[in-house]
Design a protein around this ligand. Structure first.
Ligand code: DAH
Length: 342
């Protein structure tokens, strides 16, 4: 084949392959193949040396023209392909700015924590400061220090989660009482909010963990009247109106006398309704005058000092306040439930 024919053939070969290049990557390969240093053009140039001197100028020009032509084809095709690829990318990555946004929900605190915070605020305003006790505690602070004798039947009142013979999950926030007495000299005026645990069957009315707030006040000449006044004030403030309180004798080993505190039903004002089980009263907490034995465990002389204590369950209060049908709703994290508490 003559050089002139080879030039023609190379041209048509190139044009043919050019039509097959559909991506800029294809084109890149094509460029390397036809215009690379080891490609056909330099090879033709070498061959040119074997031609007669007469033919050389014309053939040389043809080779150079071919090279220019290939380069210009490549440039044109390259910009066409790159434009098309860019458009394809734009449309695949396109966003629709007219779509409505995703709604962000505002977080809020849990209904139990709202109730707890309200109670703490009121009591802080009445001069009580917050002390926290451990959730995992010893038998001593949870029972023995609180005048529960080792074989006392009152221990059966609590179905306790024992970790071993000494350690347990506290069954009430009363476990802070002796700790605080060990730490501070009277006057003591503290509240202890926190989580408590009991080995109960989980049902609509009871759970294995719940929350309490404990209150403790110790000073000289603290009397029953002080306890009554504090309860009246606190419950009225918490329930948002002047409520009547009622005290019934009860038994807790760490107080003497021990009481249960009722308030006039906030739903029916005492007439009797489903909430108060038609009694007109809601039972809201246990209370009493701190037992001399407990003061002694806390190194406080019961001849010189006296005090009162009370403890209340936050779940129960929240259930009463909002008429919640099932205690398990507090821990199910259902946003439809939780978002009802502004
Ligand atoms: N700890 C008791 C309970 O969990 C509640 C209680 C009763 C606490 C009487 C007190 C109290 O401080 O004086 O049932």
């Amino acid at each position: 084949m003559s050089l002139s024919e080879k030039i023609k053939q190379l041209r048509s070969e190139f044009l043919n392959e050019l039509t097959l290049a559909s991506t800029s990557k294809d084109l890149e390969n094509l460029k390397v193949k036809f215009l690379g240093k080891k490609g056909p053009i330099p090879a033709l140039m070498i061959e040119l040396k074997n031609c007669s001197a007469d033919d050389r100028p014309l053939l040389g020009k043809q080779i150079n023209d071919l090279k220019e032509e290939l380069i210009s084809h490549c440039n044109l095709t390259e910009s066409r392909l790159k434009d098309a690829e860019m458009l394809a990318r734009f449309s695949s990555e396109a966003i629709d700015p007219t779509l409505p946004g995703r709604r962000q929900y505002l977080g809020r605190s849990h209904p139990l924590m709202q109730m707890m915070d309200r109670a703490i605020d009121i009591l802080a305003g009445m001069g009580f400061s917050v002390r926290l006790g451990p959730e995992v505690d010893t038998d001593y602070y949870n029972f023995e220090g609180l005048n529960f004798a080792p074989d006392h039947p009152s221990r059966d009142m609590q179905d306790t989660f024992y970790l071993n013979t000494e350690w347990l999950l506290r069954t009430h926030t009363s476990n802070v009482q002796v700790r605080v007495m060990e730490e501070f000299a009277p006057p003591i005026r503290i509240i202890a909010p926190g989580r408590t645990f009991r080995n109960e069957n989980i049902s609509a009315r009871s759970h294995v963990f719940f929350h309490q707030i404990e209150g403790l006040y110790i000073d000289r000449n603290v009397s029953f009247a002080d306890l009554f006044a504090t309860m009246d004030e606190f419950w009225s403030k918490l329930l948002g109106e002047k409520v009547q309180t009622r005290f019934r004798p009860s038994y807790f080993p760490f107080v003497e006398p021990g009481l249960e505190v009722d308030v006039r039903c906030t739903a029916c004002r005492g007439k009797g309704c489903r909430l108060c089980k038609h009694s007109g009263w809601l039972e809201v907490c246990g209370a009493g005058m701190v037992h001399p034995n407990v003061l002694k465990k806390g190194n406080i002389d019961p001849e010189q000092y006296s005090g009162y204590a009370w403890g209340m369950g936050i779940e129960r209060l929240t259930i009463l306040q909002y008429d919640i049908p099932d205690i398990r709703m507090f821990t199910q994290n259902d946003i439809r439930f939780l978002s009802q508490f502004p």
